[in-house]
Design a protein around this ligand. Structure first.
Ligand code: SAH
Length: 268
């Protein structure tokens, strides 16, 4: 038996509409129903959609609702911020599908459309910090034990990856970023560049370039993406100046970049 509805998982990108792909714009224009976290749905202009906004942290019930709607014949867009596959709704959807609570779900045509993830927008703002090998961690210990977070951080530092941290802090998780930075300070150079990229692409965007030694975790919030350099990540003064002038915790007008090659380490 086939169902006439469909389910497409989309990411809106981290900020403005110009970071929303044309493919996702098409899906949204043709959907009958939008399902997602309320503030994300608020970013989509009013249209003929039915909107099914929900709270944060109810991803599985949201995915089930999206599947039920698709089974009933609706053309559903299941909406995430950034990319839907990065700490977002695409995995929640497959968790629901794997649970197979309703056999009809297996008949739903499913598609996942990529979006611009926050780390890519944050990296572009400051230059090219992700230009060599990097790894990505969520600092949230809601869905995994804190010991595992620390283990991964230590191994990432040992392997000299650039590290991108999602979900660095929230009201319920106020101390984790400070603890993560303390762990990294025991393993990495104090001068390692750190970027706190808050609300990238939004009207209240605030990007701070600092060092591991000076990074103040209270400057981050739940809309902040944290980038921590590798041993090769460096600062390049903008406009050929000497740069390095400090403005509070921020290192001033510099690019942050990681060269493509370890062998160029000595090249000025
Ligand atoms: N799927 C999303 C990530 C969801 S997890 C993506 O691909 O971007 C939520 C985390 O993403 C936040 O805690 C924050 O770390 C990061 N984030 C989302 N939007 C952001 C933005 N505009 N600026 C900086 N970080 C952002």
């Amino acid at each position: 038996m086939s169902v006439p509805g469909s389910l497409t998982v989309v990411g809106l990108g981290p900020g403005p509409d110009r970071w929303l792909t044309p493919e996702v714009a098409d899906v949204l224009a043709n959907a009958t129903d939008l399902v997602g976290y309320g503030p994300y749905l608020d970013r989509i202009p009013q249209s003929f959609h039915r909107r099914h906004g929900s709270d944060n942290r109810v991803e599985l019930s949201r995915a089930r609702l999206a599947l039920d709607l698709a089974v009933s014949g609706r053309k559903v867009a299941l909406v995430s911020g950034g990319d839907p596959g990065v700490f977002a709704m695409a995995s929640a959807l497959f968790e629901a599908l794997e649970s197979a609570d309703d056999p009809a779900w297996a008949e739903v045509p499913v598609r996942v459309c990529p979006g611009v993830s926050a780390m890519l927008a944050a990296a572009a703002r400051v230059g090219a910090p992700l230009g060599h090998d990097f790894c990505v961690l969520s600092l949230s210990d809601n869905l995994k034990p804190w010991d595992l977070v620390l283990k991964r951080l230590r191994l990432a530092a040992e392997a000299d990856f650039v590290i991108a941290l999602y979900n660095p802090i929230s009201k319920a998780r106020p101390w984790q970023l400070g603890a993560a930075l303390d762990t990294l300070r025991t393993m990495k150079d104090a001068a390692t560049p750190v970027v706190l990229a808050r609300a990238v692409g939004r009207h209240d965007e605030d990007v701070t370039i600092t060092t591991l030694a000076d990074c103040d975790p209270t400057k981050a919030d739940m809309r902040t993406l944290v980038l921590i350099g590798s041993s090769q990540t460096r600062l390049l003064p903008k406009g050929g100046g000497k740069g390095g002038g400090k403005d509070g915790d921020s290192l001033g007008d510099v690019w942050v970049y990681t060269p493509r090659s370890y062998y160029s380490a000595e090249v000025p």
